[in-house]
Design a binder for this molecule. Structure first.
Ligand SMILES: Nc1ncnc2c1ncn2[C@@H]1O[C@H](COP(=O)(O)OP(=O)(O)O)[C@@H](O)[C@H]1O
Ligand SMILES: [Mg+2]
Length: 592
């Protein structure tokens, strides 16, 4: 007896539907894309209960002929492509002919549509894949689709849905992306009777960003416009102050389609290197346009991923576009040096404060090797004597005139005598106890000018270095080793002399680690120390971040945070934060 059967179309549709429509947000995405493909200039999307009970998308697009309505909900039924060749030049957002079939098979669906030239429209009613009726009706030009009771008849799928709030947030994130990708279409989004946003549809990306991502973000944008090798990259990047601890504010659109694009993200992040700290991610709304033949969107049913015929070309285009915009728009520290022969101090200051990128592109004609600090120069720096200079320079001589940008104030006056106090040599470095020696950005000691004079002349005494090796069962941190801080570089790295080694500590990473340990400790305590705010601090959040914050409320509150989400202002009002943190660090952590 044969065991193999061909599944009936209902079951086959159910299986396929799961790939295209797994939650209300993906159904909304597909329906909005259909409206845009139909040439709509105005679309209203309305949902209730996160879209699980009700979704309505109304557009003023081309409409569907009444005879086509039953076909529209069949699998592989599309008006957008005809032949295999068309797959190489897809100019529409949809082309697979699967979405309406998927939505219709797992919900109660009504499609009302009228083509401009026709006097009447038609309404198709479908119940979980079964066509109930097709009626002639009077309705405006365009299409309205109402989708109710999504997954009501498919409990297995329904149980994977999250809370209404989380589904609303996911749907909002999708509508936001579509509104950003098509500023020429006015998009209105209503959730549970409340208008969340409406774009003007005037074709200006800036206006769409303002409407969707809010005024505060829009104020911090740097325009990008660049074309190379048939690829155009335009739009905006957020200035460095808009960087965040995740990639939620990175929006890439390829030929008008929102995609998750690792190549473009890597190029963006590379271009921002040296403008923002490590472990922070830049924000952007970038439109990448290229010949459709060079990008394959037929990689996944959800069409969220694409493949390029030439990844490198995309990387280069995005990198150059962003880098040019940053160089043009952001003032960097500018050092003025006397034209006389370089001293070790000049070299040291130069290496310390000129951004790496600028150093590589330095056009002063000097051979590059002399720009590097030699070992003697380095010694001179720490011993207080410039290499080849007889006298140690006075601290005042180390001051240099520097123009600063708005992001960081750079002065080479950190060797001022009153700031020379470094922790006594040999004092243990306590990373964990929260004691005075915790290395934070505020407490990085400066070069121990006097103490380090000994460095060049005599060997450093090894104060009470443990003569016996540390026993395996002993935590190395229980008896911290002796150390001496030599100094800092690039305002980022701390050089620590530790017995016979020199450790280079990434100051930001160390700071992050301290915060992490503090938070972990707080989670274990039943009553974490919390700083209550007199006035709440507004922390800007993306829709996804607000949803994540709510979803993980219990854990985050156990660390010592409390907040109130302000949906209209797109922020969380931070009411309290762990007492060990400073307010700015706390705001950054709550986003993370
Ligand atoms: N809002 C709409 N306006 C006009 N036509 C629509 C609309 N939504 C769907 N259609 C028609 O229904 C067809 C099937 O839609 P869909 O299942 O999403 O497949 P695809 O978009 O991949 O073609 C489309 O090709 C289009 O002709
Ligand atoms: Mg479609």
């Amino acid at each position: 007896m044969s065991h193999i059967i061909i599944l009936d179309s209902y079951v086959a549709n159910l299986i396929a539907a799961g790939e295209v429509v797994d939650r209300p947000a993906s159904a909304i995405k597909e329906m909005l894309e259909n409206s845009i493909d139909a040439g709509a200039t105005s679309i209203t999307a309305e949902i209730k209960n996160g879209g699980t009970t009700f979704m309505r998308i109304t557009d003023n697009g081309s409409g569907i002929e009444s005879a086509d309505l039953p076909l529209a909900i069949k699998r592989h039924a599309t008006s957008k492509i005809r032949t295999e060749a068309d797959l190489n030049s897809i100019a529409t957002l949809g082309f697979r002919g699967e979405a309406l079939a998927a939505i219709a098979s797992v919900s109660k669906l009504r499609i009302m549509s009228k083509v401009r030239e026709n006097k009447f429209g038609a309404q198709l009613t479908v119940d979980n894949g079964d066509i109930i009726s097709v009626d002639t009706i009077g309705c405006p030009d365009g299409t309205t689709i109402i989708c109710e009771e999504l997954f009501a008849a498919v409990p297995a799928r329904r149980k994977f849905l999250k809370s209404d709030r989380a589904e609303t947030a996911a749907a909002a994130a999708v509508v936001e992306k579509i509104a950003l990708s098509h500023p020429e279409v006015s998009i209105k989004f209503i959730t549970d009777g409340t208008l969340r946003f409406q774009t003007a549809g005037d074709g200006r990306l800036y206006d769409a960003i303002y409407a969707v991502l809010g005024r505060d973000f829009a104020k911090k944008l740097i325009p990008v416009d660049y074309t190379t090798a048939g690829i155009t990259v335009s739009g905006f990047v957020g200035d460095p102050s808009t960087s965040r601890g995740n990639r939620n504010l990175q929006n890439f659109f390829i030929n008008g389609r929102y995609v998750k694009c690792r190549t473009a993200a890597a190029a963006l992040e590379n271009a921002f290197d040296s403008y923002i700290p490590h472990e922070r991610f830049p924000s952007c709304v970038l439109m990448i346009k290229m010949m459709p033949a060079f990008v394959d969107v037929n990689v996944h049913p959800a069409k969220l991923e694409v493949k390029f015929s030439d990844d490198r070309a995309i990387f280069d285009a995005v990198f150059c576009a962003v880098k040019n915009a940053l160089i043009r728009d952001i003032d960097r520290p500018e050092l003025k040096f006397a034209a006389t022969a370089k001293t070790a101090d000049d070299v040291r200051a130069r290496n310390a404060f000129v951004p790496v990128y600028d150093r590589l592109n330095d056009t002063d004609g000097d051979p590059k090797p002399t720009e590097k600090i030699s070992l003697e120069e380095l010694e001179g720096v720490f011993s207080g004597k410039a290499a080849g200079t007889a006298d140690a320079p006075s601290p005042a001589a180390l001051k240099s005139e520097i123009k600063t940008d708005e992001y960081k104030t750079v002065t080479i006056s950190s060797l001022d005598s009153e700031r020379l106090a470094a922790p006594p040599a040999g004092q243990p470095l306590d990373f964990l106890s929260g004691g005075e020696n915790i290395v934070t950005s505020a407490s990085i000691p400066h070069i121990d000018y006097k103490a380090s004079e000994k460095v060049s002349s005599e060997p450093v005494p090894q104060p009470a270095a443990p003569s016996e090796p540390i026993k395996a069962e002993e935590s190395p941190l229980a008896t911290p080793p002796f150390y001496r801080i030599l100094g800092t570089a690039f305002n980022c790295y701390i050089f620590v002399e530790l017995s016979d080694r020199v450790l280079v500590v990434d100051q930001h990473a160390a700071h992050e680690r301290i915060i992490f340990e503090t938070m972990k400790e707080n989670m274990r305590s039943s009553d974490p120390p919390s700083q209550i705010m007199l006035l709440p601090i507004p922390v800007p959040l993306t829709t996804e971040e607000a949803a994540a914050l709510e979803a993980n409320k219990a854990e985050i509150m156990s660390i010592g945070f409390s907040w109130k989400i302000d949906t209209a202002a797109r922020c969380a009002d931070m009411l309290s934060y762990p007492a060990q943190l400073e307010s700015e660090a706390a705001a950054a952590q709550i986003v993370k």
